[in-house]
Design a protein around this ligand. Structure first.
Ligand SMILES: NC(=O)c1ccc[n+]([C@@H]2O[C@H](COP(=O)([O-])OP(=O)(O)OC[C@H]3O[C@@H](n4cnc5c(N)ncnc54)[C@H](O)[C@@H]3O)[C@@H](O)[C@H]2O)c1
Ligand SMILES: O=C(O)[C@H](O)COP(=O)(O)O
Length: 394
């Protein structure tokens, strides 16, 4: 039996990423016991997790398709690829903002209806085009909700196009705050954004706190005929409420990257088939970053860009290594180090990082350690109350 590390893609993943898995790895779409999976929007909520699964790589940003609680309970880190598809999404948001404002989507669809009108088409175009008079975005105000990798780029570029921009993000990272143009007016109350803007673009993750953020109450605070762009997740917008707001003109247009049976039937909704991250460059960037994160974790135990584990790394210098994912409770580190010393092993280096209720410890050990001694150590560590998973890397 081969002892290669098995990577199972759950979606079509760019070869640029898959080709990074070289010696020691097998890519197998049919694998029943993979060591790791790599995916895009595949829904893992209904999936039974194989006992072999050690890590999950999301080649993209949103992780609402992955049951994070289950992964954390099982000690499986979920990696995503922050910023790797942000430019692709930003370009489509800006394109859609202008195209919707200039009534391009409706105009192009109407032009298709002229098929069969032969030589009359040019004349019909000239008489019919008055239905599609749009508005320029220059001088208008855009509200950006969520100033992360995508939102900050949208905000900065909209300024360059001559818009005024109002941004709202109570949890903005220091990194993004540096990247955001100082000309973006930041508000601390979302209602201030609602009442001022002509266009809204939402760029927040779908989590319980943001589900239905744009609803009847929010639409009631906005200017009439506001245009709403949703390239984040369908459930951020209440479908029934926006259908009504589109009917009564509170919302002028709803541009969504997440069509469903309701949005497809809404008047003045423009449904894009989830193309935000679908550029060659973005697919390659995401696949390569996810592959690198997975390989680093599988080969060294180091954690980079996980959404449920703390970032933690020790330079890997070939020492026998043991990693432990455990509850973030007092005395855990002392219990772990006590077990190591009781096993007569010497620590060369170690790190311990925490994230919310959990923590991750990496310990490098001195010398050649026999299989038996390692098994004994792992047995001791697994027996500590609050320990979730341990791994040996050598
Ligand atoms: N359409 C697509 O193909 C596509 C592609 C990439 C990402 N996305 C979606 O876009 C989302 C954002 O992606 P990103 O790369 O910018 O992520 P990000 O993590 O860089 O940014 C998200 C931002 O939202 C902010 N935020 C969180 N809760 C908030 C709240 N209640 N109010 C205001 N701001 C809040 C965070 O502080 C953060 O700055 C993803 O979670 C994903 O769902 C869609
Ligand atoms: O969250 C994301 O990164 C996007 O929604 C992209 O999803 P996709 O990889 O399925 O295109």
């Amino acid at each position: 039996m081969s002892n290669k590390t098995i990577i199972k893609p759950l979606n079509a993943i760019s070869d640029k990423g898959l080709n990074l898995f070289k010696e020691g790895y097998t890519i197998d779409e049919q694998a029943e016991q993979p060591d790791a999976v790599i995916l895009r929007s595949y829904n893992m909520h209904d999936m039974t997790f194989p006992a072999s699964l050690k890590a999950i790589g999301r080649a993209g940003a949103g992780v609402n398709n992955i049951p994070l609680d289950v992964c954390t309970e099982k000690g499986i880190p979920v990696f995503n690829t922050p910023g790797a598809n942000a430019n692709a999404v930003k370009e489509l948001v800006i394109t859609s903002l202008i195209a919707a404002s200039r009534q391009m989507f409706d105009g192009v669809a109407w032009a298709k209806t002229l098929i069969g009108q032969g030589d009359d088409i040019p004349k019909l175009v000239e008489t019919g085009k008055k239905q599609f008079v749009g508005k320029e975005i220059q001088g208008k105000t855009l509200g950006v909700i969520g100033l992360g990798a995508i939102g900050a780029r949208v905000a900065n570029d909209a300024l360059e196009l001559g818009m005024d921009v109002i941004g709202y993000d109570p949890f903005i990272s220091v990194d993004m705050a540096w990247k955001l143009s100082r000309s973006v007016k930041r508000v601390h109350n979302i209602d201030e954004l609602f009442k001022e803007v002509d266009y809204i673009s939402i760029h927040v993750p779908l989590i319980p706190e943001t589900k239905g953020l744009l609803n009847k109450e929010a639409f009631g605070k906005m200017k009439d005929n506001v245009y709403i762009l949703n390239f984040s997740r369908g459930e951020l917008v209440n479908d029934d409420d926006i259908a009504m707001a589109l009917e009564d003109g509170t919302v002028g247009k709803y541009i969504t990257d997440f069509p469903n049976k309701k949005t497809l039937e809404m008047t003045n909704a423009i449904s894009i088939p989830h193309l935000g991250a679908s550029s060659e460059e973005s697919e390659e960037n995401c696949a390569m970053m996810a592959a690198e994160e997975l390989m680093e974790y599988l080969e060294t135990g180091n954690v980079r860009n996980s959404v449920n584990f703390p970032d933690a790394s020790l330079p890997y210098q070939g020492h026998p290594r043991v990693t432990a994912f455990h509850q973030n409770v007092p005395k855990m580190v002392s219990k772990i180090t006590a077990e190591v010393s009781d096993a007569n092993l010497n620590i060369v280096d170690m790190t311990n990082r925490s994230y919310k209720d959990h923590a991750y410890t990496i310990i490098d050990l001195e010398g050649d350690i026999s299989e038996t001694d390692f098994n004994a150590l792992v047995g001791r560590l697994d027996a500590i109350e609050g320990m979730i998973t341990t791994r040996v890397i050598k």
